[in-house]
Design a protein around this ligand. Structure first.
Ligand SMILES: Cc1cc2nc3c(=O)[nH]c(=O)nc-3n(C[C@H](O)[C@H](O)[C@H](O)COP(=O)(O)OP(=O)(O)OC[C@H]3O[C@@H](n4cnc5c(N)ncnc54)[C@H](O)[C@@H]3O)c2cc1C
Length: 551
């Protein structure tokens, strides 16, 4: 995209502020905030996207981004009686393409796959050492691969954020590690109230373990379990938001296939309880939510007389600018993800629009210790593989290098004897987002060498598995003779860390009514796949904000 398409040159306009009374009108009790949403249809969230925000609007609450943090904020604010506007730079994924499907699969990616790229940029981008990416049309696709100096960060784009493209693994972190990373948060409260609230509202379910033992589509997981167990490592089943009952019906050929049709990182047409079907649908059902897709927030600053003046650029799915808009919001909830929120705040601080933000803004970014690796095995892993991981190798207690390795599918539709893993490690390295005044962009200081502790920890574990199984690493999937998938990230975390850049509930000091509610609050690591942590923390913070700031 060029600068105009990203909307960075949006002109600022002046609008009258809204009184605080308007925001508080109809604000409900905490009882509403505690209610758990029912699983409803995507149609409701889509309906909320019918009327987009208008230029010059004055709104009580504006949420920027529709991933986990944004979806929790949308539900809890609307339940509390607040008319809420949610703006999202990606599209509302509700219209089927010419093939009758909303999303494309991983075997035949088309323009729907990537966010404004002319060539796919697959995480596993090579096979037999040959690059396997293909040309596509530039379009507002669902997966972004955002390139920084030494890493690229995958993120979902669309109403539902990362929930549209992720593997659905819904893991509650180990309590001892949660207490280590977020010591200012009451862990009792999290583990008795907010983690259960989050997992219920997300629609988390567990696999039928008897079925797992015989299902063709999890042959790959059973094979990796066997080699891990033989080498003395422990495996564990992992809950997911993909409907396992639906998956069973897929395996039995009773319903259209999705997880079993190589659909994951470019979206799932069926079976997945993404946020548009859970939190956002429930928020829309209150009648108090408006969603504006294809609207990017480019700037925000305090408005004269209170609230925040927010600049937006609306594009069409081809990237053409449709409108520049300026609105005033009494309260702004930043939910643009670790990268989106951090970039916005760092550039607003550097440009003097939010000049008094603390110096901790932009700091403390980490990649959750992500590194990928594959082994060439002896056992058949199966031509049919579920795209939704259901098992991990849990070696977190190892003082020589904690690892929680997701046993990942390689759903190529043919037998390849590949054992693939996404290892989550305890990498202590952190980076910062910094404004680059010569380019006007925000850079990330992460260096390639900072991934080394992750490689060391993963190698320590997989070397033992290979030695016991008599197997070797694949070196042909992440480049030409390259063992480690160490130059990309699925789990960006931090950049606006809780109780450092914000107060203990995500409030930005000095800027009343400006909140951070997404993965940027988490200090670079959570030891497991992160969306349950992000959701539960947002639940906790919203409960406090609604009870105190909106009372
Ligand atoms: C391929 C893949 C697989 C993954 N698998 C798992 C998994 O199995 N389990 C797990 O727990 N995690 C997984 N993750 C990670 C998980 O999806 C993220 O941690 C999570 O989505 C982050 O939530 P968030 O609310 O912080 O932000 P996001 O979900 O990233 O939402 C941010 C939203 O804000 C929008 N936005 C950004 N900037 C702006 C702006 N300026 N204006 C308007 N909108 C904006 C974005 O388009 C996006 O929709 C995976 C991620 C990827 C990419």
């Amino acid at each position: 995209m060029d600068d105009e398409q990203t909307g960075r040159s949006t002109p600022a306009r002046q609008s009258a502020p809204l009184s605080r009374r308007g925001f508080l009108l109809g604000t409900g009790s905490l009882l509403g905030a505690a209610a758990v949403p029912a699983l409803t249809t995507a149609g409701t969230a889509a309906a909320a996207a019918q009327q987009v925000i208008t230029d010059g609007a004055r709104v009580p609450a504006l949420i920027v981004g529709s991933g986990y943090g944004g979806a929790v904020a949308a539900l809890r604010l609307t339940q509390a009686g607040v008319q809420t506007q949610l703006v999202e730079m990606g599209q509302s994924w509700t219209t089927p393409g010419s093939d009758g499907k909303i999303f494309c699969n991983m075997l035949n990616p088309d323009q729907r796959s990537f966010w404004f790229r002319t060539r796919t940029d697959q995480p596993v981008g090579y096979f037999s050492g040959i690059e396997v990416n293909k040309s596509i049309s530039s379009y507002a696709g669902v997966l972004d691969s955002e390139q920084f100096a030494a890493t690229r960060i995958y993120q979902g784009r669309g109403v539902g954020g990362g929930s549209l493209v992720n593997g659905g693994m819904a893991v509650t972190p180990k309590r001892s590690y949660f207490e280590e990373i977020l010591p200012s948060v009451d862990a009792d409260e999290m583990y008795t109230t907010y983690f259960p609230r989050a997992t219920t509202a997300l629609g988390v379910n567990t696999i039928d373990q008897t079925w797992f033992e015989s299902a063709d589509c999890y042959q790959y997981a059973r094979v990796s379990r066997k080699t891990a167990t033989n080498a003395g490592f422990t495996t564990t089943f992992v809950p997911n938001v993909y409907d396992f009952t639906y998956m069973k019906a897929e395996q039995a050929s009773q319903v259209p296939r999705s997880a079993l049709a190589s659909e994951v990182i470019y979206g799932n047409n069926y079976g997945k309880r993404s946020l548009d079907k859970t939190y956002l649908a429930a928020a829309a059902a209150t009648g108090r939510l408006t969603i504006s897709p294809l609207h990017t927030v480019t700037s925000l600053a305090p408005a004269p007389g209170g609230g925040y003046s927010v600049q937006l650029t609306q594009i069409d799915t081809g990237g053409a600018v449709i409108a520049h808009k300026s609105v005033v919001a009494d309260r702004v909830f930043l939910a643009a993800g670790s990268v989106g929120t951090s970039k916005l705040l760092v550039s607003m601080k550097a440009q003097g629009r939010l000049a008094d933000l603390p110096s901790a803004v932009g700091q403390g970014w980490g990649n959750n210790g992500n590194v990928m690796v594959a082994r060439a095995g002896w056992d058949l892993t199966g031509a049919l593989q579920s795209g939704m991981p259901a098992m991990g190798i849990d070696n977190w207690a190892d003082p020589n290098g904690p690892v929680f390795a997701e046993i990942a599918p390689f759903p190529a539709g043919t037998e390849l004897w590949i054992n693939l893993y996404l290892a989550i490690t305890k990498n202590p390295n952190r980076a910062a987002f910094q404004f680059n005044s010569s380019t006007g962009q925000v850079d990330l200081t992460w260096q390639a060498a900072q991934t080394q502790p992750s490689i060391d920890a993963a190698k320590h574990m997989f070397d033992q598995i290979n030695a016991k199984a008599g197997t070797i690493y694949r070196t042909d999937l992440f480049g030409v003779y390259k063992t480690w998938g160490d130059d990309f990230v699925y789990h960006p975390l931090g950049g606006c860390v809780l109780n450092q850049a914000t107060d203990n509930y995500g409030r930005l000091p000095g800027y009343a009514g400006l909140y951070v509610v997404d993965g940027s609050l988490i200090p670079g690591s959570t030891g497991v796949n992160p969306f349950v942590t992000i959701t539960a923390l947002a639940e906790r913070n919203l409960a406090q904000i609604i009870a105190t700031d909106l009372a």
